[in-house]
Design a protein around this ligand. Structure first.
Ligand SMILES: [Zn+2]
Length: 135
């Protein structure tokens, strides 16, 4: 597995995204006023400017909106090649999560490929990753 992840600084807005994986849940901020999802997590809604925004467990399903294969080990211990992707969640197409695609050879990743969230425990965080949906 990949090591040497660069872990985020946790604050009250992004804490759910990085920790709900402990319970197998992908947390995406949602606005209670207009029901829109917001990512990266911020305490207000860019659609309706509401402040009634908080983490909500989504299905974890999505599709690969765009991706790139990285062949360079930027830090020691980083296994290459690996896939950096933007995954659009099933609930809302313009919510894009920057992540790695795992459990799949980099050459097998395709645009629009259905994926599902999985999590990798890393220190006290659960890093959201995505893997192909197996038929
Ligand atoms: Zn809103």
């Amino acid at each position: 597995m990949m090591t040497a992840r660069i872990l985020p600084v946790i604050d009250k807005d992004n804490e759910a995204f990085w920790t709900w994986g402990r319970d197998g849940k992908l947390a995406i901020h949602r606005c209670a006023d207009c029901a829109g999802y917001v990512h990266p997590p911020v305490p207000f809604c860019p659609r309706c400017e509401g402040r009634n925004v908080g983490p909500h467990a989504v299905s974890g399903g999505g599709r690969v909106a765009t991706f790139t294969v990285n062949h360079k080990a930027w830090v020691p211990d980083l296994a290459v090649p690996y896939v950096l992707a933007l995954v659009a969640i099933d609930e809302q197409d313009d919510v894009r999560i920057a992540c790695n695609i795992v459990d799949c050879a980099p050459e097998d990743v395709t645009f629009d490929m259905p994926v599902e969230a999985c999590f990798e425990a890393c220190e006290d965080l659960w890093v959201p990753l995505f893997r192909p949906v197996r038929a």
